[in-house]
Design a protein around this ligand. Structure first.
Ligand code: C5P
Length: 222
């Protein structure tokens, strides 16, 4: 990897199940970037709220975020649909968001030295967490396609849930994420729109990789 690529910062926003996580992981691996799925943090907090309802306050949350480990974010239970919905309610709390923001900003700007940059995906990454990113993408797909993809994913993981339940929960989350007052999901003017409705995972990866490589080639230095 050449020197100029050391400064790559990628910011991705997307609604639930649009394929952003999958492509962000692939792109991060390809360009050797530190990757953070920021939704996992809100999901982890939702998990804590569910399991420790009495302790769940700002002091408890601060302690947990300060001591967060990768294994906390990789818990299988975090992919559950009820956790996703609860996360979208937890994520409306401005004080909680501020605590989470500090952690995300550290990941985006102070990643371990072995990486060439960082890649974060979420809902407010392009305009709040990494507003100076070299690359900004808004990744979306039509709601039925997203629901079907999430349904297949969860069935593969052995979860018992129907397509209709998934569709309803994605619609509920879209409503929460697009319409909330604080840090709503939106496409910024400087984000490139990627619609994955008719794209395979690998076509989506190639499209984004091409955009990044083209800009690196033109600018020589980002
Ligand atoms: O990305 P994922 O679907 O796992 O995120 C779960 C929930 O966390 C979202 O529905 C959203 O409400 C919240 N979230 C957020 N800001 C982010 C990432 C996720 O509000 N940057």
């Amino acid at each position: 990897m050449k020197k100029f690529e050391k400064r790559i910062k990628i910011a991705i926003d997307s609604p639930a199940a649009a394929g952003a996580g999958t492509v962000a992981k692939k792109i991060s691996k390809y360009f050797n970037l530190f990757y953070l799925d920021t939704g996992k943090i809100y999901r982890y907090l939702a998990f804590l709220k569910m399991n420790y309802p009495k302790k769940f306050g700002y002091t408890f949350i601060t302690k947990k975020i300060n001591n967060i480990k990768l294994k906390d974010l990789n818990k299988k239970v975090l992919s559950n649909d009820d956790i996703g919905i609860l996360a979208s309610y937890v994520a409306k709390d401005n004080k909680i968001r501020k605590l989470v923001h500090n952690f995300q900003i550290k990941c985006a700007y102070k990643f371990p030295r072995k990486y060439n940059g960082s890649c974060l995906d979420g809902r407010d990454i392009t305009y709040k967490i990494v507003p100076d990113a070299n690359f900004k993408f808004f990744i979306t797909a039509n709601v039925k396609t997203r629901a079907l993809r999430r349904y297949k994913e969860l069935i593969k993981l052995g979860k018992k849930i129907s397509y209709q339940e998934i569709l309803n929960s994605i619609k509920k989350r879209d409503k929460n994420d697009y319409n909330r007052r604080i840090s709503p999901l939106k496409k910024t003017k400087d984000s490139i729109l990627i619609n994955t409705t008719n794209l395979t995972k690998s076509a989506c990866f190639l499209k984004i990789k091409k955009i990044i490589e083209k800009k690196i080639k033109i600018n020589g230095n980002i």
